[in-house]
Design a protein. Structure first.
Lengths: 387, 432
């Protein structure tokens, strides 16, 4: 009886759907570069003499920059990503930021996570608001997997089934114990919250248990770094056939007030090595075309280095975008090093242009005005994804 | 309510007897001010009124640890090995590996020491407050790389945890672990590092929106030259690196130094509101009532920032005891672990190995001691709960109960029955 009801409902929906349907076979991999990643030492304006005069000790010497164009190049630690660049599926959105920038870690990451204006306080994440408008199928294991650090960020919202996990086997094993637990009856408050998380967890674990038998064996090797392991788990989930619209990963440590080169180069190497393996493993399984990787950070850093061979909190920075559908290259305009705002870069691309592009061209959420309702308005789209 | 009070007074019945705690009151007070609710502690509180129970707790708080410090506590700081001319390059690599291994071992010992202190102290409120202040004035081993300086900071926090907030702020701003953690070591004249100045206002005293970027820059200049002597690991003022220029900070202009900055901050009413709200979130609920906060803050200012008076006001407030503010906060991992162990009073649990294991599990659950993820500190309330941490919390509590049954045979003591009662619905055990 129930089955029939469900079938009818679905067929009705099918017939009613004239607008294009969102593509929930696709997975966005969001990578938070926590701490404030110094964009100028990631995508380097090596042709600009100001870059070298402002950063006498921490600039990457010209002959070490991995040149991608006549003016811009990569930090040498990002060498593993050169194959993606030459393969045409790596892009950088330049000068991403927002008006009236906030230089507090926490406030600024909230702004990026919620897609708010600088003076606007929103409670829910931008992805969760998009999914409120056009929800991914309930048949998915989860609305997102969160790997590495337990930060919902863009996924925070009352209707999201976010599943945080560190390994598939451990999760399934521990959930087996939780299955026998009685849950208190409460309509609101923390107990209701615990109850909801427990319910989602049990349901995800039941479905992960099935995937456990289908774990892929990749020819690609993943780096034995903390971030490499996060990416490997993401690849295992996808390789085993998990359909999930978002996977969130975190790489922390970018708050380089001192000794920046040592720390940031190490992190960029960790990031690049892991992402290069991810790309190769996903190409191996024929999944790359359905994937998009996006990095973001709360802010870039001050143009001039400080006395500690580091940089203080700044503003705009590039976002790394890669994936099977991506048209590689640079998007947006590199911010000027001479026309500054109190020593900081003036942003050239609103970060929400990237969100709009992903919603519209990756998830294909163009029906009605779902995106406008979620983001507050429509933002311009960028061409790193085809229309 | 009022009439009842009047009757009590006229009949000369001592208010304390009329208002003595019931079991739920005692549990609430103990859970909020300590770890778990062991029967022995409850029985001590039963005959008392709420105010007397709070006074009893506050009168016996410690400001020094009960357990002995790690063996390296009185040694000088470990210094990173330096390469000397003509030395075999492999020797320096080996020395650095050895140095890092020693630091990591000390870090583990420091965490285990904290667990032992929490599990064995007769003043759990001290440990609650130490964790509160460590979460407020954050520092992390990852950045500071010195368990010794973090231990010294811990002892400093104990000293001031219930003391004068003004003196505490001045002391913590000169604390070597703090100076290293927030990069003041390299905050120098003509080349300020703003990290400490910003966080002092944003996270320690005022909150976002109560200062400008120009105030951050001015404060950073005032703190220039506040440094750490590497050999002794002590604070020193490096006059050559101090900026003696005029600074305009929060509307006041002068040749300010760091102490002036703290004093100017404390002239702001917002400074008292901010810390009262933080304490409210720790002890009462996630949603501070602004009117009551105003009142508490004005009494806090009148007391010249006496932390113990503020805590007494909070613990005796109607809001603290209100029904809707009981069992309304998700336990932190340390609360969950130490609370379960203390309530069950698992005999023979206090071993070095178990101290290390508890610290390791706490880290897995999101609370690595002396290593908060960011300067913002630990998660809070439902922020502790994710699918993976919920699973692990459930598993660990189950393990502790089985351990209890193993040690005590099948006999369930009163304490265990009580603990089980609050955990029949295992999830509700998560709440305070």
């Amino acid at each position: 009886m129930l089955m029939i009801a469900v079938c009818t409902f679905q067929s009705l929906q099918l017939f009613a759907a004239e607008a294009p349907v969102a593509d929930w076979q696709r997975t966005l991999v969001v990578v938070e570069l926590a701490g404030g990643n110094d964009g100028l030492n990631m995508v380097i304006p090596y042709a600009d003499p100001l870059y070298y005069s402002d950063r006498p000790t921490i600039a990457v010497p010209k002959d070490q920059v991995l040149r991608l164009s006549g003016t811009l190049g990569l930090n040498p630690a990002m060498k593993p990503l050169l194959s993606s660049w030459s393969g045409g599926d790596l892009a950088f959105v330049l000068g991403a930021g927002y008006p009236d920038p906030n230089r507090s870690h926490f406030r600024s990451i909230d702004i990026w996570n919620t897609a708010s204006n600088s003076d606007q306080y929103l409670q829910s994440g931008w992805i969760s608001r998009l999914f409120d408008q056009d929800h991914p199928p309930a048949s998915n294991i989860a609305d997102s997997f969160i790997i590495g650090e337990n930060h919902d960020g863009p996924l925070a919202g009352p209707n999201m089934r976010n599943i945080a996990l560190n390994s598939i086997g451990g999760f399934v094993r521990e959930a087996h114990i939780l299955a026998g637990v009685h849950v208190g009856s409460s309509d609101s408050g923390p107990l209701a919250y615990l109850d909801a998380v427990a319910t989602d967890t049990r349901s995800a674990a039941a479905r992960l248990a099935i995937l456990q038998n289908k774990l892929p064996h990749f020819a690609t090797k993943f780096p034995a770094t903390p971030f490499g392991r996060q990416v490997e788990l993401a690849a295992e989930l996808l390789g085993a056939g998990a359909t999930v619209p978002v996977i969130k990963l975190t790489l922390r440590g970018f708050d380089t007030h001192g000794g920046e080169r040592l720390v940031q180069d190490h992190l960029l190497a960790e990031l690049s090595g892991a992402l290069a393996s991810f790309r190769s493993a996903m190409i191996e399984r024929g999944l790359w075309k359905n994937l998009l990787v996006m990095t973001y950070s709360e802010f870039g850093r001050r143009v001039r280095e400080n006395f500690s061979k580091g940089t203080d909190h700044g503003t705009a920075a590039p976002m790394l975008i890669m994936g099977g559908m991506v048209k590689g290259g640079f998007y947006g305009e590199e911010p000027s090093l001479s026309n500054l705002d109190h020593g900081d870069l003036k942003f050239t691309t609103d970060y929400r242009d990237v969100y709009q592009t992903i919603a519209s061209r990756f998830w294909m959420m163009d029906n009605g005005n779902a995106i406008e309702r979620a983001l507050g308005r429509n933002y311009p789209q960028l061409d790193f994804l085809p229309q | 309510m009022k009439r009842f009070l009047v009757i009590c007074a006229t009949l000369l019945i001592p208010a304390a007897a009329a208002w003595s705690l019931d079991q739920a009151d005692a549990d609430h007070l103990l859970l909020r001010t300590g770890f778990g609710a062991p029967i022995s502690s409850e029985q001590m509180l039963f005959p008392l009124s709420k105010a007397a129970a709070v006074d009893e707790l506050l009168s016996s708080v410690r400001s020094t640890p009960v357990t002995s410090l790690p063996v390296w506590a009185n040694r000088p700081p470990l210094l990173p090995p330096r390469q000397t001319k003509g030395e075999n390059p492999n020797a320096i690599i080996a020395a650095r590996l050895h140095y890092n291994a020693e630091l990591n071992a000390q870090d583990k010992q420091l965490q285990a020491w904290t667990i032992r202190e929490i599990l064995s102290t007769d003043s759990p409120l001290t440990e609650k407050m130490v964790l509160f202040w460590q979460n407020h004035f954050t520092s992390s081993f990852m950045k500071v790389r010195s368990p010794l300086l973090l231990l010294r900071q811990d002892l400093l926090i104990r000293k001031y945890a219930f003391g004068n907030y003004r003196e505490f702020l001045h002391a913590i701003a000169k604390d070597p672990a703090m100076i290293i953690y927030l990069d003041n070591e390299t905050n120098r004249k003509g080349n300020a590092n703003e990290n400490f100045a910003r966080e002092v206002m944003e996270l320690f005293t005022l909150g976002v929106g109560h200062y400008t970027e120009a105030d951050v820059k001015a404060a950073a200049r005032a703190f220039t030259g506040w440094r750490v002597n590497p050999g002794s690991g002590k604070f020193f003022f490096d006059a050559r690196q101090h900026d003696n220029g005029q600074k305009t900070f929060l509307g006041k202009t002068g040749n300010w130094n760091g102490d002036d900055i703290i004093n100017i901050i404390l002239q702001q009413k917002q400074a008292s509101l901010f810390i009262v709200e933080q304490m409210w979130r720790q002890f009462i609920s996630p949603t501070p009532d602004l009117k009551t906060v105003e009142l508490l803050a004005s009494r806090f200012r009148e007391s010249n920032y006496d932390i113990k008076s503020l805590l007494r006001d909070i613990l005796t407030s109607d809001e603290f005891w209100a029904a809707q503010n009981r069992g309304n906060l998700v336990k932190s991992p340390i609360d969950l672990l130490a609370g379960t162990i203390r309530t069950l009073d698992i005999s023979g649990f206090n071993t070095d190995k178990n101290d290390e294991r508890v610290a390791a599990v706490s880290a897995e659950l999101g609370e690595p001691l002396f290593n908060p993820l960011s300067v913002k500190g630990w998660p809070y309330d439902t922020g502790w709960i994710h699918s993976n941490t919920l699973l692990r919390r459930d598993e660990v509590v189950g393990y502790l109960f089985r351990e209890f049954v193993r040690v005590n045979g099948s006999q369930l003591s009163w304490a265990a029955r009580k603990a089980l009662r609050s955990s029949v619905m295992s999830l509700s055990y998560e709440l305070e």
